[in-house]
Design a protein around this ligand. Structure first.
Ligand SMILES: Nc1nc2c(ncn2[C@@H]2O[C@H](COP(=O)(O)OP(=O)(O)OP(=O)(O)O)[C@@H](O)[C@H]2O)c(=O)[nH]1
Ligand SMILES: [Mg+2]
Length: 658
């Protein structure tokens, strides 16, 4: 951190001083390697110059009377707030392709659905058609919104060629081709085993999961302050009267109990709050920008894109979190009036609102989760024990989204049970659909593991699903669970039951048998699950203790803290090749951004602040030389050394930077 240097008359730089001729060549310039002597009797000044950067073309010409211009540089990586990782990119979509996933013959109905014929009890059945994307559908940096289904369909086009097609049942047909830069067409099947870095669009829209979404939020920019003077009859020298700009709108996240999925975020990705209005004459402040409230379902977990750290957990309806505060309005010239400067011709730009990509993840708030292999009878069990009416059919992956049901007991007690899509081998790596939903079970206190008794190897099926749970999350596997051996009404299940029971009991696992269809044995299963739930609640009671109130605005506080970093907190780096000094600091960058170069006095104030916050001093210490380029925020300047006599005769005091 650099220290703030004292402001002296001789160290102040005016636009006039900037245009003075360079120091004579007789002045020795120290070599690059050795720092310059700070006791040198020459003055060194920063002079803004015509920027050398060719792009972007936005050039603002100063009205300071000199041929001086400022160029806005493209935003650099270094300029982003470091801890927020705003410039970081989210992970790429990956295709979950594997040798286990078998390409389907579109004509074969039995293969398509993996019907009873296709189900030989081996969990490696042809469920390849049901590959899912584990990551988001949207391009990370794409600046678009899905406005309609048509646009969504366009998404399936690769390099202008529509390579995907769906048959009448809505299932994906044909092989996806991807054209590479060298024009070579490569089939995605070439990538088998290469899981990352390849897109997969083979899942029909109806089967895609909507419990994850990525959205862009931006707080509103502050309005600009203005320079104005009071002109009124009989009021001579009315004084400065430029009003401040209004603050930008805030971005909130609010829990809405009527929403139960993140589906709405497929249609809208970008959320921008309104910008504040500019100030006006007669000391009139601008109106504040319109806030934006993003509605999310209960149980939404919020992360910054590309960052594992959880920012917010929004659980109960009505909760509202301030995520990004709007930018501050720029001050008008009335705010700069002081005893030594009664006619300030200066006003600030409004502060830019922060922006962020957020990852939303929906986690169900259920007490008990029903897990098991596809087609085991999980949904049937839920339909029997609760009033829920999930889809039940004799093919795997009938359940595409988790279903919730409330189970009521005689003694005025209820529990929420979630029926999850089926799990199969490799689910923790993304096969099937179960992986997408396994995280929902993380909040469950107990699990009911349904085993299809009519399958050829029920014990193998049981072990495979348990293994998947363990692979996905060891904490999940440690949750208490009940095993429910289903389809006891079928002879093959009935025959296998004793053997299955003995094997599991030998391993110390208590097992129940039931026939969900006939509603036999289900009561015992659910009572056992309820008992586990009560036990887990009892166990957690002692450890919970007092929980402090949750501050839902801490994200905004963090953003605010970073924006309000002290102006003298900066770092300087030097690029030897281009002879460029880069001064990076959140406070300085904010100052540069809010400086309105159209006003004459802005330039003087800018030089003053650089001097006051110690930038000049630090540069000298590090050995800046005549003609070196210095970049501060978006400003590019050239360093000039001047003789000491070039100081300014008048010192203007400016209000403190805040
Ligand atoms: N005979 C018999 N069939 C059952 C029983 N329980 C469920 N089934 C049948 O098994 C098939 C699958 O039932 P679902 O409840 O959809 O199975 P699921 O586990 O939810 O399947 P997915 O959602 O695809 O994972 C349906 O045809 C049910 O009628 C049972 O106890 N006996
Ligand atoms: Mg189901």
């Amino acid at each position: 951190m650099a220290s703030i240097s004292t402001i002296t008359t001789s160290s102040f730089i005016s636009p006039r001083a900037i245009s003075r001729p360079k120091s004579p060549k007789s002045n020795p310039i120290p070599s690059k390697a050795s720092p310059r002597n700070p006791n040198s009797n020459r003055k060194r000044k920063l002079k803004p110059q015509k920027a050398k950067f060719k792009s972007p073309p936005q050039t603002i010409t100063s009205t300071a009377g000199e041929a001086t211009s400022y160029t806005c540089l493209p935003p650099l990586e270094d300029f982003t707030v470091p801890s927020l990782n705003l410039g970081s990119r989210p992970p790429e979509e990956i295709k979950l392709s594997d040798a286990n996933v078998v390409k389907q013959d579109s004509d074969s109905e039995s293969q398509r659905f993996g019907t009873e014929d296709g189900m030989d009890g081996d969990l490696r059945v042809d469920y390849g058609r049901f590959e899912v994307n584990t990551h988001f559908e949207e391009e990370e940096d794409a600046d678009y919104e899905y406005e309609s289904e048509e646009e969504e369909e366009e998404e399936e086009t690769v390099n202008g060629k529509n390579v995907n097609s769906y048959n009448s049942d809505g299932f994906y047909e044909g092989e996806e081709l991807r054209e590479f830069a060298d024009g070579e067409n490569v089939s995605l099947s070439d990538f088998e085993g290469e899981e990352e870095g390849v897109k997969e669009k083979g899942v029909p829209a109806v089967m895609r999961c909507f419990d994850r979404a990525k959205i862009y939020v931006k707080a509103g920019d502050g309005g600009n302050g203005v320079v104005a003077f009071r002109r009124e009859k009989f009021v001579p020298l009315g004084g400065p009267s430029g009003g401040d700009g209004g603050r930008g709108g805030n971005v909130y996240l609010e829990v809405d109990g009527s929403i139960n999925s993140l589906l709405p975020f497929r249609n809208r990705v970008h959320y921008r709050a309104g910008r504040g209005s500019h100030g006006q004459g007669s000391c009139m402040g601008g109106a504040k920008g319109e806030d934006i409230v993003v509605k999310v379902p209960p149980g939404t977990v919020v992360r910054e894109a590309g960052n594992e750290e959880v920012l917010l957990e929004l659980l109960s309806p009505g909760q509202r979190a301030l995520v990004l505060p709007g930018g501050r309005g720029g001050r008008g010239n009335a705010a700069f009036k002081c005893g030594s400067n009664k006619v300030p011709r200066i006003a600030e730009n409004g502060e830019e609102g922060s922006e962020m990509w957020l990852e939303l993840e929906l986690k169900l708030v259920a007490d008990v989760g029903i897990v098991g292999a596809p087609n085991a009878g999980k949904s049937t069990l839920l339909s029997v024990i609760s009033a829920a009416q999930p889809a039940i059919a004799n093919y795997p992956f009938t359940t595409l989204l988790p279903n919730l049901g409330v189970v009521s007991f005689d003694y005025d007690s209820t529990m929420v049970v979630a029926d999850l899509p089926g799990l199969l081998e490799g689910a923790h790596r993304g096969f099937g659909l179960g992986h997408e939903f396994l995280r929902h079970t993380e909040r469950c206190s107990a699990l009911v593991h349904v085993v299809d008794g009519s399958s050829q190897q029920p014990e193998f099926e049981f072990d495979a699903v348990r293994l998947e749970l363990e692979m996905f999350s060891p904490e999940l596997a440690e949750k208490p669970y009940v095993v429910a051996y289903n389809k006891m009404d079928l002879p093959e299940a009935y025959e296998n039951w004793q053997l299955f029971k003995e094997k599991l009991e030998a391993r110390g696992i208590e097992t129940f048998c039931m026939s969900a269809v006939k509603r036999e044995g289900t009561h015992e299963v659910i009572c056992a699950a309820h008992k586990l739930l009560q036990e887990s609640k009892e166990a957690n009671k002692g450890s919970e203790g007092w929980t402090p109130p949750i501050n839902l605005n801490h994200v905004a506080d963090m953003v605010q803290r970073q924006r309000r970093a002290p102006i003298n907190d900066f770092e300087i780096s030097y690029d030897n090749a281009s002879k460029t000094w880069q001064v990076v600091g959140a406070g300085l960058q904010r100052f540069v951004q809010m400086t309105n170069w159209r006003y004459k006095d802005s330039d003087t104030r800018f030089q003053h602040v650089l001097e006051a916050c110690g930038v000049n001093k630090s540069l000298l210490k590090m050995g800046v030389k005549e003609g070196d380029t210095v970049i501060v925020g978006e400003m590019e300047m050239v360093w000039h050394d001047y003789p000491q006599s070039s100081g300014l005769s008048k010192v203007t005091k400016w209000p403190e930077w805040k």
